[in-house]
Design a protein around this ligand. Structure first.
Ligand code: SF4
Ligand code: SF4
Ligand code: SF4
Length: 439
């Protein structure tokens, strides 16, 4: 029995055993209004290389060469290499005297939300147009792979790449843009940590099991295959010999990767999608560099984060109540000012990097961890397991609560791996599920 068969069988069993529908809880009160917490001031760190000046005193964006860089998690990147939310000020006047930079925006395995988030810059999008020629942005502009391939190495000033690396085309484009760009930014959670596409790594049989399921077992595909292809179901192949010649499509990978697992990344910006405040920080840094010759931030800088966990910027009061039951948000009449964990709702705040201003918890929803692991934590999921375990009642406090009781509570967590690694499986030590005795 494959992964999907087991999954859906489990769901069917649950459906059969489900009690009568519960009365709907009142919507959570969201009296706490959102106000971004001021991020701590960044330590003054010198950029490894200042932007050289072109004629006329302006920086020459084409002469700036980024040396090989470390990944954001590497030891040589200062922990406080952060940028606070930027006040962009008035619109900048037209094109920079040193010449427009070249900008590429690309999506790999992505949902499109990251591309759309660039529009959250509102009228600032005009500044992007003023300071940059957009050489590629598949969702919004023309620009073909062959055009990029024909460019000089390093000719593109900045490439913003969103999405995970899911197939051979994603990897090819990431490598091509790296080769042609001076600066590459991992834009959004999927690029940084694998995001939701990396949950495909939980299918032990990898790409083949997914393709088999999608093309032969879902009700619509099963009916279609039975009707049209009888005993020989058709599944996409990477190569097909047509009368006109060979047709190829990208190869789906067994293991979804993060951007920095296939190329060097200069900067990263978390969020699903990144927030307007974070995008403004990125824009400000690029604007300062292009128009005023201000050195870019240190390589490896993560844009828009704080150095603390999300809990520390969440306004909800923590009472560290013991967890005796785990609930979904819709099952609880959520109190507006008390920690969600204290109300029995799993919230990834203790294991998540701060910087978003606790948007979800302020709105009565638990944090799902889209900013990735908090400082000093590599494994967001494991860290969250520890946080939850520390809140279980223990025998000393409650003689009726032994190991069996704790296992019972734990077993009510639906899909623990998927919940605790919802965004970061691609970057975790676990990386993927494997078949017993398999690779
Ligand atoms: S990070 Fe979120 S918004 Fe961006 S591509 Fe991934 S799923 Fe979409
Ligand atoms: S666990 Fe969640 S709700 Fe509780 S303080 Fe932390 S971020 Fe806020
Ligand atoms: S609260 Fe958590 S899930 Fe929501 S935006 Fe912030 S980091 Fe992401």
């Amino acid at each position: 029995m494959g992964f999907f068969d087991k999954l859906f069988k489990k769901k069917e069993e649950k459906k059969e055993a489900a009690p009568a529908e519960k009365p709907k809880a009142e919507p959570a009160s969201t009296s706490a209004s959102f106000k971004a917490e001021p991020a701590p001031a960044p330590a003054k760190t010198e950029a490894p290389k200042a932007a050289p000046k072109a004629e006329g005193g302006n920086p020459d964006p084409y002469a700036f060469i980024v040396p090989p860089v470390a990944s954001p998690g590497d030891a040589d990147v200062p922990k406080d290499a952060i940028l606070p939310a930027a006040d962009l000020g008035p619109l900048l006047p037209g094109a920079p005297a040193g010449g427009k930079i070249k900008l590429a925006v690309y999506w790999t395995a992505a949902c499109g939300g990251c591309d759309v988030s660039l529009l959250d810059t509102h009228e600032r999008i005009l500044t992007i147009g003023d300071m940059a020629d957009i050489v590629m942005w598949p969702v919004a502009a023309d620009g073909k792979e062959k055009d990029i391939a024909a460019m000089e190495d390093g000719e593109i000033t900045v490439s913003l790449i969103n999405g995970a690396i899911r197939n051979s085309e994603n990897e090819h484009m990431a490598k091509l843009l790296r080769q042609k760009s001076k600066i590459v930014v991992a834009y959004g959670t999927c690029a940084m940590f694998g995001g939701s596409p990396a949950l495909a790594n939980l299918v032990p049989g990898g790409a083949q099991e997914i393709l088999d399921y999608v093309y032969t077992k879902t009700p619509s595909s099963a009916n279609f295959q039975a009707e049209y292809h009888k005993d020989a179901p058709v599944i996409p192949q990477t190569s097909y010999q047509a009368p006109e010649g060979e047709l190829t499509i990208p190869t789906l990978y067994d293991t979804v990767k993060t951007l920095d697992q296939v190329i060097d990344v200069d900067y990263s910006i978390p969020g699903c999608p990144p927030l307007p405040e974070s995008i403004s920080q990125l824009l400000k840094a690029v604007e300062d560099f292009v128009y005023n010759g201000v050195p870019l931030p240190p390589k490896g800088t993560e844009i828009g984060i704080t150095t603390k966990t999300l809990c520390e910027e969440c306004p909800r009061k923590k009472e560290n109540a013991r967890i005796t039951e785990i609930k979904e948000p819709h099952e609880v009449d959520v109190k507006p000012d008390i920690c969600l964990m204290d109300q029995g709702i799993l919230c990834l705040g203790p294991a998540t990097m701060g910087g978003c201003g606790a948007r979800c918890t302020r709105a009565g929803q638990p944090c799902r961890g889209c900013y990735g692991p908090s400082p000093d934590v590599q494994e967001q999921g494991a860290s969250m397991f520890t946080a939850v375990a520390s809140l279980f009642p223990v025998l000393d406090e409650d003689p009726t609560c032994g190991e069996d009781e704790i296992i019972k509570i734990m077993s009510t967590i639906k899909d623990p791996l998927g919940y605790f690694y919802a965004y970061t499986l691609g970057k975790s030590l676990i990386r993927r599920a494997v078949k017993e005795g398999g690779q």
